[in-house]
Design a protein around this ligand. Structure first.
Ligand SMILES: [Zn+2]
Length: 362
């Protein structure tokens, strides 16, 4: 089968399309024909190499996907061949203290499809049966593939960790990335007032179309904390959602109100930062980390998305053969929304996405 793989860690030119053997399905797994697979920043980290994560080469990239079940292992009975499914890429053991508490993304052995096992940028993929759910019928294959990792991450950051309440004000850095856009859409479902930042007026315009209430161009206003205070009449936001890391770290402490919360999920601009401990305790600030989400977060996300008929923002759909170009686009930060690969080619993907937009919800 055709797959986008790397033969060693390195730069973008390591991403190649290879013909590799189709994966085998074990008793607790399902074999899926991939219909659409979405990119995440994780694909870049995996390609470059992450300390502590030894890959078995050639390694298939990709975490998110939708597809059709081709085969189920003997222990899997909640889906059957022919079912359309969406993959939750979070891998957990099911037995540790944290899994038993229902906090699967806190699992001692937590892993991710495409990092801890072969990924989804392929014509077929195998994942544990417990990681597949029925694809939401109102979404196209491409839209459903765009949902899991980014929207699950945003869901947990906003609600399970961030405790977002109706009417609160949220700051979201770097609008245009998958998790940031997901956070914007989901925060608007909760009637939050949302402030977004970007260096691109074009991205800020698009964010306003998606419901962003206030925008900050951080080229024009590099002191984002002060800009947020101006926009909130000196008060600050209730919650800051940060997917970027070191570059925005400090601004959060100025941007949140007294008693405000800051939730982090990524380090695209660096992983090391200084903290002013005085500002932290004097202003009663809470800083939290968050990674993907629990099974219950995923269930709630799919339910809320369906009720609200929420459609993930898609930047572009490209054929699987264009995996390198697709990852390069993300690495350059050119995207607004999710970049999706279609093993069946761009035309088929676009046609289905258009058709799905005119379809009645399931
Ligand atoms: Zn566990």
């Amino acid at each position: 089968m055709k797959a986008a793989v790397i033969h060693e860690n390195g730069d973008l030119d390591q991403v190649v399309i290879d013909d590799i053997p189709s994966p085998e399905c074990m008793a607790d797994e399902v074999l899926i024909e991939v219909r659409a697979a979405a990119l995440n920043h994780l694909d870049i980290w995996v390609r470059r190499g992450r300390p502590g994560h030894e890959l078995s080469f050639p390694h298939v990239l990709g975490s998110d996907a939708t597809g059709v079940v081709l085969e189920t292992g003997s222990d899997v009975d909640h889906v059957k061949p022919g079912d359309k499914v969406v993959i939750n890429p979070g891998l957990s053991c099911g037995f540790c203290e944290f899994c038993r508490r229902g906090q699967q993304s806190e699992c001692l052995h937590f892993g991710i499809v495409g990092l801890s096992r072969p990924g989804t940028f392929a014509e077929r993929t195998v994942v544990p049966g417990r990681n597949v759910s029925r694809k939401p019928g109102y979404l196209s294959d491409e839209e459903a593939a765009a949902l899991p990792l980014a929207y699950l991450t945003a869901w947990r950051m906003l609600f399970s960790r961030g405790g977002l309440a109706l009417g609160e004000t949220v700051l979201i850095h770097g609008i245009g990335g998958g998790v940031a856009l997901a956070a914007l859409q989901l925060a608007k479902l909760a009637s939050a007032k949302v402030i977004v930042t970007s260096s691109s007026e074009n991205k800020l315009d698009k964010a306003r179309e998606l419901g962003a209430d206030l925008t900050i161009n951080y080229i024009e206003y590099p002191d984002v904390g002060a800009a947020v205070k101006d926009l909130t009449h000196g008060r600050g936001v209730d919650l800051a959602i940060d997917t970027t890391g070191a570059e925005t770290w400090e601004s959060n402490f100025n941007a949140v109100r007294r008693g405000g919360r800051i939730v982090h999920c990524g380090v695209t601009t660096g992983a090391r930062a200084n903290v002013n401990i005085s500002a932290l305790y004097w202003n009663h600030i809470t800083v939290m980390g968050s990674t993907m989400g629990s099974d219950e977060d995923f269930r709630q996300l799919l339910a809320a998305a369906k009720t609200a008929q929420l459609r993930p923002v898609i930047d572009v759909i490209l054929p699987l053969d264009h995996a390198r170009e697709a990852i390069g686009r993300m690495e350059a930060g050119k995207q607004f929304g999710k970049i999706v690969l279609s093993p069946r080619g761009k035309e088929a993907g676009l046609e289905e996405a258009e058709a799905a937009r005119g379809m009645e919800p399931a």
